[in-house]
Structures are given as C-alpha cells and as structure tokens.
Design a protein around this ligand. Sequence first.
Ligand SMILES: Cc1cc2nc3c(=O)[nH]c(=O)nc-3n(C[C@H](O)[C@H](O)[C@H](O)COP(=O)(O)OP(=O)(O)OC[C@H]3O[C@@H](n4cnc5c(N)ncnc54)[C@H](O)[C@@H]3O)c2cc1C
Length: 291
Amino acid sequence: MIAPAVTATPSISVTTAGSMLPQPARVTKIKEEAYAIATYDLLFEDEKVRQKYLFRPGQFNMLYLPGIGEVPISISSDPAKPEELGHTIRYAGNVTRAISRLQVGDVIGMRGPYGSSWPLERIRGQDVCIVTGGIGLAPLRPVIYAILGQRADFGRVILLYGARTPADMLYTGEFETWGEHDIQVRTTVDRADERWRGQVGVVPMLFYHIRLDPNKTTVLTCGPEIMMRFVIYEALARRISKERIYVSLERNMKCAVGFCGHCQFGPSFICKEGPVLSYAQVEPFFGVEDF
Ligand SMILES: Cc1cc2nc3c(=O)[nH]c(=O)nc-3n(C[C@H](O)[C@H](O)[C@H](O)COP(=O)(O)OP(=O)(O)OC[C@H]3O[C@@H](n4cnc5c(N)ncnc54)[C@H](O)[C@@H]3O)c2cc1C
C-alpha cells in the first residue's frame, strides 16, 4: 500500500459518513464558464445535512440523476462557505449532458464529500505554485479561496494556468481579485485569438518565466495527465522534491468509498487514498499504461 508518511490529507466523509445514500440537493445557480462548461451551485434540501457538511479543497461529491447515473465532480467553491457548493462541470457524456439540461430550482442527488485533499495545513508558511490546465483549475479554486482567506499564512503564491483558447479559460473574472491579493497569475493558451496579448504555448513552459525556491515551494497540479507529467518534470528539474509535488488524479469510479475497485491505481483506490496524492506516492505507477 501507499506509504502513509507522504499521503495528502486523508479522506473523510462528513455528510454521508459510511452511507452511500444521495441526499436531495437543489440547483440554486448556473453560471456558464466556457463552451460546454458551467458551474452549478447546489444546496442540500435538508437543513441538518447542510449544517453538518464540511469539505476540504480537492475533495469531490457524487452527483446522481435518477435513471441516468452518478458521476464524481470536484467541489470548486469556497470551503469557508460550505452551504454554497459549486461544481464546475464539462459536458462529456450521459450524466453530464443530462446535468446540462438542469434548470435553477431542479433537484438532484448528492453525496460526499469524498477523497483526500490538497495539503494546505502542511504547506502553511511556504510558497505555493499551482499549475493547471483547462478544467483542472476547478479542484484548485478552493485552494485559492482558502489562501485568500488566510493570505498572510502563505509565502509567494503563483498560479500557472493554460487553456486551449482564451474562450476556454475558467474564472477569468476573478483573476484581478486574486492579483490584488498578491497571487501572481500567469496564463497561456494553445491557440490565440486576435485579442489575446499573452503567452502562447503549453502550460509547463510557464515555468521558464518564474523562479522558485526549491526549499520552500510546493507544487499543486491538476489537468490532463500528459500535462501533469511535464509539470512534474519541470518541477523536479528545479530541485523541488517528489514529496513537495502533489497531483490530482482522475479515474472512472462508481462507489466512491473504496468498495467497487473501478478506480484502482496500482495498489490504491483513487476515490479513497486520492484523488490528491504526492508524486512520491504515485511515481511507480504514474504514466504507466493501464494504471
Ligand atoms: C475525483 C474526480 C473528480 C472529477 N471532477 C470533475 C469536475 O470537477 N468537473 C468535470 O467536468 N468532471 C470531473 N470529473 C470527471 C467526470 O466525473 C466525468 O467526466 C464524468 O464521470 C463523465 O460522466 P458522463 O456520464 O457524463 O460521461 P460518460 O458517458 O461516462 O463518458 C463520456 C466519455 O468520457 C470518458 N470519461 C468518463 N469519465 C472519465 C474520466 N474520469 N477520465 C477520463 N475519461 C472519462 C468516457 O470514457 C467517455 O469517452 C472528475 C472525475 C473524478 C474521478
């Protein structure tokens, strides 16, 4: 099994502790973010469930549409406001396309939170370099909110973010506020349009525009696995240790509580030991076909 000494913050499930029963949750707001991507704010109908619910940045909920299916979706909102649970969703297939037909006021099933979280407590006082691509920013936005809430507790904070085109970038309306709180935001796109004045190229290239102190920087990354592989390469090249690099992994999952085995990754289940793991934990399996 994975060595516990280097695990990300381990999983807890407050709302449904031990139960797999989805609770009714109402859609209170829908915000279009980019093409085929929107953020759904969900509110548990039962006030008792609402009051008990807490999540940590990086955790996910299972969203359930009766007769269609259930999908894991990261929580993309502020952990200090657990009553407003944001989920930024890309319409990929059956369930997420059915979610795209929901309206404000509709009710779906929700259970969670599940999984491990980004190691915010452990990296307090340090520099943080967040590196994401596309919708990978969704599970990291709660980290940014948590840092904004306690900005003095962290050192330099840098966000390196890339998307296919400028129109595919998420949360751009918030970048200015993040900058005002001394979060350095650097962006890049694969394909520019006529209005884009920024960087063009893949996300790992942004490492060439910054300097990092390997003794006090932790890298948090989420995005396509190929992107994360190059991010890890660039971070290691800057002498950041494997224990200071954290990834969030996606695998198809069904139960979310470590029973069904769908999300097995080497000796671990991504739903329980993950999705957030240190590179030191996943190195033997990362990038290996069929893991
Ligand atoms: C921990 C975790 C957190 C996630 N967070 C988010 C999130 O915040 N926002 C979001 O939009 N999505 C997120 N996902 C991915 C999301 O769960 C899948 O896109 C969703 O399950 C697709 O379901 P569907 O029924 O709509 O599509 P399906 O009909 O199941 O699949 C459509 C296509 O996508 C492929 N696919 C489905 N799931 C995955 C996957 N996990 N990895 C790679 N390919 C897949 C299928 O093979 C198929 O080709 C997360 C996944 C995990 C494991």
